[in-house]
Design a protein. Sequence first.
Length: 213
Amino acid sequence: MTLRERQLAALRNGRPALLVVDVQRSFADPAYLAGYHLRPEASAAVASAVTTTGRLVDAARAADVPVVWVGLGTDPGTPWRASQWLRTGDPDAPYGPDEPCVRGTPGADWYRLAPAEHETRVVKRGYSGFLGTGLAEALRHAGVGWTAVAGLTSDCCVAATATDAFQLGWPVLVPTDAVAAYDVATNEAALAQLALNVAVLTSADELVSEWRR
């Protein structure tokens, strides 16, 4: 038995959960992405990742796997100073009109998929779905033994959420066809880093097969 086979086999007695990260209009709707100047292949990859994530949501529901929705909710009243510093050089710069996922605006809405009424939702203020959200407590309360992380983007919020899940003790699977970045090479590099330090990479189909075992 290979290491990968042992890794997957070890998960089969634990309850999985699917974490859906940042599939919101600001990050996924082509109408909101013009400023990112995506190449056609990157635009296609984002659209495909959203479609595949939606397919995973349907499969998780059918397999009684909890789906947890992790979304950014930017609060203009409490700016993220470190982010403003990194992006503008001024930690006290006000948010501009293109700030993503501002609470109460259409940019924060889910894109092409949405939570069911009973599904857990957490609103984050930074990259990781675990930072100040109560996500860890929700997973423990639900008896979750391992996680799969899908959504956007592989190099940023997917990576941060997957890394924190791993550091908090949950094995992580990342379905490579259900994540994307705004550059194909960046996505490939992000997946390589995740595979090296955090997660077992799968396809969506393989992940669904694991849920059904």
